[in-house]
Design a protein. Structure first.
Length: 206
């Protein structure tokens, strides 16, 4: 993730993934973060997770009596380098990303105040990543995974996956939310669509 990372162990904190995460309770999420911190030198979360995960937001900007303690704990993890927030190199701030997501009608967009708070907490501790490389890798790997699942029989399952791969190749860039919209549109308008194939599309994207 960074030039000085060396051989340190970086763990992507999937528990903070905001697309269908099984961890929705703030206390449970905090426990997972602390548990992971015991076994890795660094935990990595993305700008989208910071902005769109409701449980993580409540830890950092909640209004309960314990929220100040939770916020202090996580802020210290960020400032110490234990919890690494990676931000796309196409944006100068989390607030800028938040505003761009709102313009695209992305779901679960946080308040302006929350994005600005996170900019304060992460100032000087952000690690940039190439949004172009990440976007291309997401597109390529999703299409490749689905292509591997297309079997010899020319049935509804294979045709649904083939349509998904063709659609993915036509997207530049490929957005996860756009893929979700394609799944819903396909489910609603194509009677010969394989539900098992659509579930495979979503799993591959996740």
């Amino acid at each position: 993730m960074s030039p000085d990372a060396g051989n340190s162990t970086h763990v992507f904190l999937s528990e903070t993934e905001h697309h269908g995460s099984s961890v929705t309770d703030p206390k449970g999420l905090r426990a997972r973060i602390v548990q992971n911190a015991l076994f890795a030198e660094r935990l990595v979360i993305t700008d989208s997770q910071v902005l769109h995960n409701a449980a993580l937001r409540s830890l950092l900007d909640g209004r309960t009596p314990s929220s100040a303690e939770w916020r202090a704990d996580l802020a210290e993890l960020i400032r110490s380098g234990m919890l690494v927030v990676v931000r796309r190199d196409s944006a100068r701030s989390l607030r800028e990303i938040r505003d761009e997501h709102e313009a695209r009608n992305v779901s679960s967009v946080p308040t302006e105040e929350y994005a600005e708070l996170m900019d304060e907490i992460t100032e000087g501790h952000i690690v940039p990543y190439s949004v172009d490389r990440a976007s291309e890798r997401f597109k390529t790997r999703t299409a490749d995974r689905l292509s591997e699942l297309i079997g010899p029989p020319d049935d509804d399952y294979a045709r649904t996956l083939r349509s998904a791969v063709e659609w993915i190749h036509g997207q530049d860039p490929l957005y996860y939310n756009s893929l979700r919209a394609w799944i819903e549109e396909r489910r609603a308008t194509h009677r010969d669509t394989s539900e098992v194939a659509l579930e495979a599309v979503e799993r591959s994207a996740n």
